[in-house]
Design a protein around this ligand. Structure first.
Ligand SMILES: Nc1ncnc2c1ncn2[C@@H]1O[C@H](COP(=O)(O)OP(=O)(O)O)[C@@H](O)[C@H]1O
Ligand SMILES: [Mg+2]
Length: 305
């Protein structure tokens, strides 16, 4: 007789999201090259890398907008590689876009209401009332804009509206593509706190983000993409010290010889190096958190949809 309880326990160990040797080719361009990583429930996972590294393409593969040339995506233990977007969404995957997607002529509140209704229509689960929607607006910090038209609100608020619309579907996994762009410093801090709260509720968050203070401050694990390949995975501390990441993405001041970085990685005086390495700065993030990292041999296309 099969032991269902054991199966159930085994199922609980499966990562929320598994990206397994995913390859995406656009003609001669390999946008994603054998990318393999996981995002766990209850954690915030960062996906970082230079422009054109393949981050958005990875998101498109995960959410079902882009079919991979090879490889698999598993979500909550099930292979969803061939599943359409709405099926993934029904299973608990929510996504925000780099480009804003709200209905401009509707109010902020109605935008969230519509997202609720769409979710209810698909899943037949939630029975939201206006109170739930207002609570959600409150939670992401945009209550003051509830009655404004969505096309009249500041970009930062529109980003938070995107998040509220996404949360209306009560996702188990949130895919956030550059969520902090347009947020000021205080909004970004609050946003980081909100992400930690959402993870503490057991949700998994996978975030593409260029603001290194936010990434280093809120992520449990970070994966670094460069030219389509994962070149490093680890904690924020691991990533900060990784010489390959330094070269590909993070900047460091000219007076830091590379052998010191290698020493730090190999554990030679790592503690001391880590504590005094205030000279390490993300490229373009020193003066302005929203500065775009320069492209590395690639253009930045619109999201595939
Ligand atoms: N639909 C597409 N057709 C052709 N090339 C694409 C397409 N989408 C992305 N690319 C290319 O794939 C690479 C990765 O792009 P992208 O995933 O948008 O990177 P990122 O989000 O990290 O900036 C880039 O070289 C880009 O030009
Ligand atoms: Mg992108």
């Amino acid at each position: 007789m099969p032991d269902h309880s054991l199966q159930h326990v085994a199922g609980a160990d499966v990562p929320l999201l598994e990206v397994d040797h995913v390859v995406v080719q656009f003609g001669g361009v390999t946008a994603v090259n054998e990318a393999t990583f996981v995002a766990e429930a209850g954690t915030v996972t960062g996906l970082i890398g230079p422009n054109g590294a393949g981050k958005t393409t990875c998101f498109n593969v995960i959410s079902g907008l882009q079919k991979p040339t090879r490889g698999k995506v598993r979500f909550r233990g099930r292979n969803v590689t061939g599943a359409p977007v709405h099926r993934r969404s029904k299973r608990g995957m929510g996504r925000t876009f780099q480009r804003l997607e709200a209905f401009g002529s509707l109010s902020v509140r109605d935008n969230v209401r519509v997202a609720y209704d769409i979710h209810r229509g698909l899943a037949g689960l939630v029975k939201p009332g206006a109170k739930d929607i207002d609570a959600l607006l409150e939670r992401v910090g945009i209550s003051a804009y509830a009655d404004e038209r969505a096309d009249s609100i500041p970009t930062g608020t529109a980003r938070l509206l995107e998040l509220a619309r996404c949360l209306a579907g009560d996702p188990k996994l949130l895919l956030l593509d550059e969520p902090s762009s347009g947020l000021d410093e205080t909004e970004t801090d609050d946003f980081g706190d909100l992400l930690r709260d959402l993870a503490a509720e057991g949700r998994g968050i996978l975030m593409v983000e260029h603001d290194m203070d936010l990434v280093m401050g809120v992520c449990d694990t970070i994966h670094v993409l460069d030219f389509g390949s994962i070149i490093a995975s680890g904690t924020p501390g691991d990533i900060r010290r990784d010489p390959a990441v330094q070269r590909a993405y993070l900047g460091y001041s000219d007076d830091v010889p590379e052998h010191e970085l290698v020493g730090a990685r190999a554990g030679v005086g790592a503690g001391a190096v880590e504590e005094t390495r205030t000279d390490l700065v993300p490229v373009g993030a020193a003066s302005d958190a929203t500065t775009v990292i320069p492209a590395v041999g690639a253009t930045t296309p619109e999201d595939v949809r």
